[in-house]
Design a protein around this ligand. Structure first.
Ligand code: ZN
Length: 388
């Protein structure tokens, strides 16, 4: 048992300074005046700290991604330390452009490995391509038969790397995801990689207009990748759609018109989009080019999962978005949209996944996953199997 006393708490709704009692990997109680039972447990003074739900990163290339500049540009796998540094206790793994040298089976194995190391993990089946490459033969079967599969993606649209699915082909993907989701009690979300192409969200709009599939079946990501797509995303969200921002970036992308997630969040809220429709993900372990001042490729960088909370913090500290609002993009919203039970909120009965922030700087000081310390006083308490 672990008792954190007198800690400023955002569930993500602010609830003052209760005590938080953790037991058996769950949150036992959140209320002032909690005591540990006779002889049991550890007590931590939470003054000067802010307790928030463990972060959910809903789009991470945990087995590595990239490869779009040849074999040497395939990016490395995610290590446990990366997730700990970013306060991420729940990860949804996915494949990207490459579905040949990266497989959904490998993704499932990596997700299981990260779970063995202490995180909560899920995966999307498939990758950029349609027909979708699955584990058991269909999207529906993967959703029904493999616990970790919660949806399909990232399927690419409006991108030169897309397989350019037709209306019928893409509608079929969404229909299978929906059926599998309904039958398995999972979200069955279609995570859609949006490229830079001028078609934007038009194919998704047609599917919503011409079929019975609800708009919320789709979670288009990279919505902040350029100004045109961002504006399209505002209209999509205002008509009831979900939008996912990508937090990993490089200065060259921002200079070319990518919308920084923290500033984009403020802009969407000011435009009248409900916070409930917005999520952030890191696109961690994806490849990012790093250009010099003359525009020459210097080297490739790897997307970082630590960018996820960094953008939430920037939204609070530089854009004036309230912490309880910004936090929803990486806690309660992805938990609800992806139907991740026990995740994304601090409440009795929820999983004991917490992040402790410095109350002044909002730096990550502690990470608890399933009731176990992964970071304490700013120091990682665990390492991945092959980390030095
Ligand atoms: Zn993508």
């Amino acid at each position: 048992m672990l008792l954190i006393t007198n800690v400023e708490t955002y569930t993500p709704t602010p609830v003052g300074r209760p005590d938080i009692l953790l037991a058996g990997g769950r949150i036992e109680r959140i209320a002032a005046g909690q005591r540990l039972p006779e002889g049991g447990g550890e007590r931590v003074d939470g003054s000067g700290l802010v307790a928030v739900p463990g972060f959910i990163d809903g789009h991470v290339h945990v087995t590595g991604g990239g490869g779009e500049g040849g074999y040497a540009t395939r990016t490395p796998e995610l290590m446990l330390s990366d997730a700990i540094a970013g306060g991420i206790t729940t990860i949804v793994g996915c494949l990207g452009t490459d579905g040949v040298t990266r497989s959904p089976e490998g993704l499932l194995a990596k997700a299981r490995g990260l779970a063995d190391e202490g995180l909560s993990t899920f995966i999307y089946t498939g990758h950029y391509a349609v027909p979708v490459q699955t584990i058991t033969g269909s999207i529906e079967r993967d959703l029904l038969l493999i616990d970790k599969v919660i949806g399909v993606g990232e399927v690419a649209l409006s991108d030169h790397r897309s397989t350019q699915p037709t209306f019928d082909e893409f509608a079929r993907v969404a229909a299978e995801a929906r059926r599998g989701g309904i039958l398995s009690g999972k979200a069955g979300v279609v995570n859609v990689h949006m490229g830079d192409g001028p078609r934007g969200l038009s194919l998704l709009r047609r599917i919503v207009a011409e079929t019975e599939i609800p708009i919320t079946q789709f979670l288009p990501t990279h919505i902040n990748r350029n100004a045109t797509l961002f504006e399209d995303g505002i209209a999509w969200a205002k008509s009831g759609g979900l939008v996912d921002f990508t937090t990993s970036t490089v200065p060259a992308f921002l200079a070319e018109g990518e919308v920084k997630s923290s500033a984009g969040l403020k802009r969407m809220l000011d435009a009248g989009v409900s916070i409930a429709r917005i999520t952030f993900t890191s696109d961690g372990q994806g490849s990012l080019p790093d250009f010099d001042a003359q525009g020459r490729l210097r080297r490739l960088e790897v997307g970082r999962v630590t960018s996820l909370f960094a953008e939430v913090r920037d939204a609070v500290q530089h854009e004036g978005v309230a912490l309880e609002v910004a936090l929803q993009t990486i806690t309660s919203n992805p938990a609800r949209i992806l139907k991740l039970k026990g995740k994304g909120q601090l409440a009795a009965g929820a999983d004991a996944d917490l992040v402790l922030l410095d109350a002044t700087t909002l730096a990550i000081r502690g990470v608890i996953a399933g009731g176990t310390w992964l970071m304490r006083d700013g120091q990682a308490q665990k390492k991945g199997t092959f980390e030095a």
